[in-house]
Write a new protein. Sequence first.
Length: 147
Amino acid sequence: MSQALAMFNSVGASHFSQMVCTMAPYFSTIHPELTELRPDRAEARVPFRQEITNHLGSIHAIALCNAAEFVGGLMTDASIPSGARWIPKGMAVEYLAKAKGDVLAVADGSQVDWTTAGDKEVAVAVTDADGQLVFTARITMNVKLAG
């Protein structure tokens, strides 16, 4: 079990989310709360706040990218074999609708072979409170196995 997953299970979602934001302060700008973390899946709620809006009154594009990297990275960490390492290598995104309220970011790694090294594509979907898809990302994670 990854250290991140063990810590999430030990301290709980809210405290763990705060710890991640302390370790990686740029995540604190979106106030994410991880609601689920397990191998192949991570979910986080991002509250709508004026501080992360754009001139259109919707959540800013980069705030959505931040949410995607938050769940994508944590899900990757929970999914890779013990002792493996990972780093994001790139991200392709699509902005599909204005995010005018709270959003839910979900990283799905169920189609990824985590047992091998190399580049892995992590899918992230962000939906609004009505369940409308507002943003998608495909994050390339480079995985190096131990040993």
